[in-house]
Ligand binder design. Structure first.
Ligand code: WQD
Length: 338
């Protein structure tokens, strides 16, 4: 029995491969290396001592996807991470996002619907909620018009999966991530942003290491206690463990519906200034930043209700913001001192 992890050499994918191997699953990774490196396989092996099967393959090639499933006939579950995920880039290059994030999903589902029984876990995002009306955000919150093509591909992806599951043997779990941060405590794998990081935490750690001059804080005039945006920053290892629990739920046929949805967050909202304060604490040095204008498309606040994940999925986060920031900082110092 094998588990396919698409995008398995990426940030969340690689951490999930580690957690799958830790509990005995045999993992097959598909990755096209467009936003990752094959070196990540060595990091995974360094942690678990087990080498996952790695197939370099672009899921946009329908024939390659068909050939993969002809070769691997014992895939018991699929965890689908492979997608483009930069909000800003999706605005300037929407077709790249619609092709990469939607056609790959369709080709995967076309293969899975040939099976009598297939288990599919989809990497979704809290971005589908836009600016939710009520905090914390639960899974029944309204799905608002997407604020970016990236967010739209997640909404469309969820709808496609729901429609296909109704008429096939596919059972699916949609996992809506809040803000994944940090790195594996071993320092063997972590986030490897290409170019200038768009996300807050890798920009902070690169500033801390001296790669960036200072952090631009995008606005301190929001209606929040300190004026900066609030998010739910979840340790990537906690997030990875949620995928193992979700997979086991499907394999054990414990899912209550053909498609289930779970928000994955800590339930705690942290402002940008609070994240900076956490970084100063773990790095033990002052941090250079300046307040600039708001960033287009940012929501004021988003943090998760953890009730359904805790009570139905049977999972909860274990790491604090400081522990996540500490792991991110240790990773940054390690990769810059290689
Ligand atoms: C967090 C906060 C910024 C950078 C996005 C996607 C989401 C997921 C995570 C893929 C905001 C502020 C940031 C900086 C700043 N992506 N910030 N200066 O926008 O909440 O979520 O990334 O899965 O789907 O929507 O994350 O880290 O970009 O921003 O002040 O240089 O940090 O304004 O308030 P975001 P982020």
């Amino acid at each position: 029995m094998k588990i396919l992890v698409t995008g398995g050499l990426g940030f969340i994918g690689s951490h999930t491969v580690v957690e799958l191997q830790n509990v005995g699953y045999e993992v097959v990774i598909i990755d096209n290396l467009s936003n990752s490196s094959e070196d990540v396989v060595n990091g995974i092996v360094a942690i678990t001592g087990k080498k996952p099967i790695f197939e370099k393959l672009d899921l946009r090639e329908k024939a390659a996807v068909e050939n993969f499933f002809e070769k691997y006939t014992d895939i018991a579950g699929v965890i689908h991470f492979a997608a483009s995920k930069a909000v800003g880039e999706s605005v300037t290059n929407p077709l790249l996002y619609y092709e990469n994030n939607i056609s790959t999903l369709i080709y995967l589902l076309q293969e899975l619907q040939k099976k009598d029984d297939a288990n599919f876990i989809f990497s979704s995002s809290c971005t589908v909620y836009g600016q939710a009306d009520v905090m914390p955000i639960d899974e029944n919150a309204a799905i608002k018009p997407a604020m970016s093509p990236y967010g739209n591909t997640k909404q469309i992806g969820e709808e496609i999966i729901t429609d296909v599951a109704k008429v096939s043997g596919i059972n699916a779990i949609l996992l809506r991530y809040f803000n994944p941060i940090g790195a594996h405590p071993s320092g063997e794998i972590g986030e490897l942003p290409i170019g200038v990081p768009q996300n807050l935490v890798p920009f902070i750690t690169q500033t801390g290491i001296g790669l960036r001059k200072e952090l631009m804080v995008y606005g301190d005039d929001y209606p929040t206690p300190d004026g900066t945006c609030i998010r739910d920053y979840i340790h990537v290892v906690d997030l990875a463990k949620a995928h193992v629990v979700a997979l086991q739920r499907l394999l054990d046929k414990k899912n209550a519906e053909k498609v289930e949805t779970f928000n994955l967050g800590t339930g705690v909202g942290s402002s940008v200034l609070e994240v900076i304060k956490s970084f100063e604490k773990v790095s033990d040095k002052p941090f250079p930043f300046k307040i600039v204008a708001r960033r287009e498309g940012d929501v004021t606040q988003a943090y998760a209700s953890t009730d359904k994940a805790n009570n139905v999925l049977g999972w909860k986060t274990e790491s604090s913001l400081d522990e996540a920031m500490d792991s991110a900082w240790k990773w940054e110092t390690k990769i810059r001192n290689k």
